[in-house]
Design a protein around this ligand. Structure first.
Ligand SMILES: [Ca+2]
Length: 170
């Protein structure tokens, strides 16, 4: 009797498990709305192919200002946990195809280094960061010039890929 009870309990737990593991809390905010911004980073008003009121740009300058300036964002999170970081980006040319973001003062995360130019597309899904319930901070650094960012998106499911523009949660 004891063994069959154990087997049944195990089966019950196995049935419940997929629902709890499928949890995928999502956080999204616009890149053109930083709390603080330093030159050469700038906000660009534009409603073509982007979400919100525009995007954040580090204008192409042959990477003369590389390493200079940042943008800081504050965003709210309901569910604390580990999240994958994504950004909806546009690379102006082959000399700038990455961004660097730091979340809650943690390690710098590099997003991009891909080969999609002249088109809005999502990069990320590899770097993970710890988010807490309540206000969190993301700082975007000038790693390369000639880049644009429309939105930032964070989610808990590593198999999830954002498509198009995302509904903002902040
Ligand atoms: Ca935007």
């Amino acid at each position: 009797m004891k063994i069959s009870h154990f087997v049944l309990s195990g089966a019950f737990v196995a049935l419940l498990a997929p629902a709890s593991f499928a949890a995928n809390a999502k956080v999204c905010f616009e890149a053109e709305n930083p709390l603080k911004i330093e030159s050469p980073l700038k906000k660009v008003g534009n409603k073509t192919d982007v979400s919100g009121t525009g995007y954040l740009e580090i204008p192409w300058d042959q990477n003369k200002t590389k390493g200079i300036g940042s943008a800081t964002y504050k965003f709210n999170v309901k569910t604390a946990g580990t999240y994958y970081v994504w950004a909806r980006t546009f690379w102006a040319n082959g000399c700038g195809n990455s961004i660097e973001a730091k979340v809650n003062g943690g390690a710098d995360k590099i997003l991009g280094e891909d080969g999609t130019y002249d088109a809005w597309h999502w990069v990320g899904g590899k770097a993970r960061v710890a988010l807490k319930a309540g206000p969190n901070t993301l700082t975007l650094h000038n790693r390369e010039t000639g880049v644009r960012v429309d939105q930032f998106f964070l989610c808990q499911d590593g198999d999830y890929t954002p498509v198009g523009t995302r509904k903002v949660t902040n």
